[in-house]
Design a protein around this ligand. Structure first.
Ligand SMILES: [Zn+2]
Length: 343
């Protein structure tokens, strides 16, 4: 996706998991249910297989290799996650019978699982976006490696942003990968990896947006622009990982970085004579509107599956395609302009 929409998207990702304590998980009935589930491995009539531990935390059954500390840790993560799911479902069923509307748990609506997928629609759409991102980056890679003419002296492309877009492609694949994993199963670890990857992509996208829209080409000026932003982003990532995952603060940071990119690209698309400026417009405006609507209409999942975040994910698929298409055409356009200049 474009950085602007990426930013937007990232902001949304950051936001989407915001709010640690929610109406559902502060309910004393939910807390009691979780506690009992962890001890007994049962919620109502259903038994939670991952919670079958002996008193000292060792698995009750299983061969020696299943007694390894890492495996036990894995079981404990799954035990907690499964207890949260079964307790949430039990309470939501009771709420429905009383005619009450669904509430959020740990910042998320009650989604129905499908197979191993915790939020199946968002996870699948996120994985599809990952494929589109890979496809876009691969096309750009083939263009810059085999199709574009190279400078005779240095052997590099005429297009000055080739390497920056390759890094962007890798960071983007990383961010979408962890988002798909986070929607598949949310643990502390997958949550932090998703948030951190999103912040890295969003921050890098802002740097890239500044470089491209202001046409920053020399190494010295690029370092001067990037250094303060990298310092700030590093501090923020260390803070959310090792001090406190403050969802509200993280959302504000993501929003500011996201809005800055959207404005940069939107103004640039408005003043430039670039032949692909309309594609850029669609991505920037489309991404901004999708994110705005997602935040505005945060409705509980329809039939337990489709919420506003899932719809937001759906819009990202065509936007990701358009974004890489803009990058591809930008490289072609800049290259032919530079070649004309040197003749
Ligand atoms: Zn997502």
């Amino acid at each position: 996706m474009d950085r602007s929409w990426i930013l937007v998207f990232l902001s949304f990702v950051c936001i989407s998991s915001a709010a640690n304590a929610s109406e559902g998980d502060v309910d004393p009935l939910y807390r009691i249910c979780i506690e009992q589930c962890g001890k007994t491995g049962t919620v109502g009539a259903s038994s939670v297989q991952h919670c079958q531990f002996s008193a000292d935390g060792v698995l009750v059954d299983g061969p020696w290799y299943m007694q390894e500390p890492l495996y036990v840790q894995w079981k404990q993560w799954n035990c907690r996650s499964d207890c949260q799911y079964f307790c949430m479902m039990q309470l939501e069923k009771e709420r429905e019978e009383l005619g009450l509307r669904p509430v959020k748990y740990h910042g998320k609506w009650p989604f129905k699982r499908w197979s191993v997928l915790q939020e199946p629609v968002s996870a699948i759409l996120s994985a599809l976006t990952l494929i589109i991102q890979f496809n876009g980056w691969l096309s750009f890679f083939l263009l810059s490696s085999y199709k574009l003419p190279l400078r005779p002296q240095s052997g590099r492309t005429y297009y000055e942003f080739t390497c920056l877009w390759h890094v962007y492609g890798l960071l983007s694949l990383n961010a979408w990968f962890w988002d798909a994993i986070f929607h598949t199963r949310s643990f502390d670890l997958t949550e932090k990896l998703d948030y951190s990857s999103s912040v890295v992509l969003l921050g890098y996208s802002l740097i890239l947006a500044i470089f491209r829209t202001f046409n920053v080409k020399t190494e010295a000026s690029r370092v001067m622009v990037a250094a303060p932003l990298v310092a700030f982003l590093t501090t923020h990532i260390l803070y959310i990982n090792f001090y406190e995952l403050d969802y509200g603060l993280n959302m504000k940071v993501c929003m500011v970085i996201g809005i800055a990119q959207v404005l940069l690209w939107a103004v640039w698309a408005g003043v430039t004579r670039h032949p692909s400026r309309f594609k850029l417009w669609v991505v920037v405006v489309g991404g901004a509107i999708a994110t705005f609507l997602e935040l505005l209409y945060d409705f509980p999942p329809y039939k337990g599956y489709v919420d506003s975040h899932a719809l937001w994910h759906a819009t990202n698929i065509p936007l990701a395609y358009l974004w890489w298409s803009f990058v591809y055409e930008d490289a072609e356009f800049r290259t032919s302009a530079l070649i004309k200049k040197t003749k």
